[in-house]
Design a protein around this ligand. Sequence first.
Ligand code: LLP
Length: 433
Amino acid sequence: MPGPWPLNAERDADGVLHVGGVSVTDLARDHGTPLWVVDEGDLRERCRRYVSGFPGVEVAYASKAWCTVGILQIVDDEGLLVDVASEGELHTALVAGIDPAKLIHHGNNKGESELDRALEVGLGRIVVDSFDELERLERLAAARDTVAQVWLRITPGIDAHTHEYVRTGHDDAKFGFTLSLGLADQAMLAARDLDHVEVVGIHAHIGSQIFGTDPFIANADVCLELMARWRDEHGVTLTELNLGGGMGIRYTHEDHPVEVSRYGKAVLEAVSDACGRLDFPRPRLVVEPGRAIVGPSTLTLYEVGTVKPLPGLTTWVSVDGGMGDNIRPALYDAVHEVMLASRASAVEPRSVTVVGKHCESGDLVREHAPLPGDLAVGDLLAVAATGAYTASMASNYNRLPRPGAVLVKDGQAHELLRRETLDDLVSRDVPVR
Ligand code: LLP
């Protein structure tokens, strides 16, 4: 089964899908739907594959992919660092009990209070994204009489050929110091004159859901050439390099992502070639995958509520969630594999379009899904690879409560995220009469 499904997903003799040894019918009965079902064994295994696939490299989990206390505790247990990109993600990591020294702080517009909290708790590395931030950080660090150790975020001019909304490494981007415009050099020179900011390395993240190793190799080359040039031209030898995340995963059987070990080998070879060629000492290396750690571990369970066949047109299948719990199809034209999960069916598949229950035509779960012709109200559908950028981008559009999540392992299910209640939905509303 696996393909895009969690490693510990399989059907029993009656065709009912089990994840981590728990049947989806039991999960739906006990926890309701929609439900994010996280295969703990899969999540831990992805962490381990990164740690072993990148020997001598530190792996940071990009928590924007899914930031909850429980997920962060699991990746921390597995020895990963954690990257946070807001005060909320930072707060979650601190509540999860993660050593602040293991945190990396990103963001193209970190506010005063956010940066100050990072300095207060002694966060590991801050990734400086702009000249304004450099100035802000110098001022805040001076006030605390401390020195912030930072990486400069470089925009390396690499086009990673992924969806326009998830590209970050090309020149005209909102993130970082554009290398080709000389801004990276200017930032490094400006930082050299500061007393409370010490640049110890650079960071470059080129985009997301990238297949193939070439863009990552190009990124390593560009970064090391820059570091060697700064040594030669300015006498500045940086010792740390973060090559970002962005490794693609399988959302359907047609996706063929690069194996972690191949990806690790390619990057490490590129780094040692470049270091040899440039006679540059091998820096401390960090990579920061998000999607590839948590994405494949999770599926979403929905219950079918209506089936509407339009003769000669589309058969519309509506489920009890949608764009509120997974915005990816609407936002990126993302295609997630779907299956009938609560029973087997010997009936020929037909092409149906699975939609959510939000008041919007773009509320797609999956267009043209081949699902059994006897699909009926009450059936459970599973949607694959929904661990990354679904819960973390969820909304309450139409005031749908956001789903809960369970962690499954060895036949046991534990709540990871409580389902929102109707009262939660009005808990921030202030009456005016
Ligand atoms: N590092 C930085 C600085 C990032 O901006 C990101 C993702 C990552 C690491 C992790 O990238 P990953 O390994 O997860 O691809 N919502 C979009 C993806 C946005 C990615 C944002 N930055 C989606 O659902 O496809």
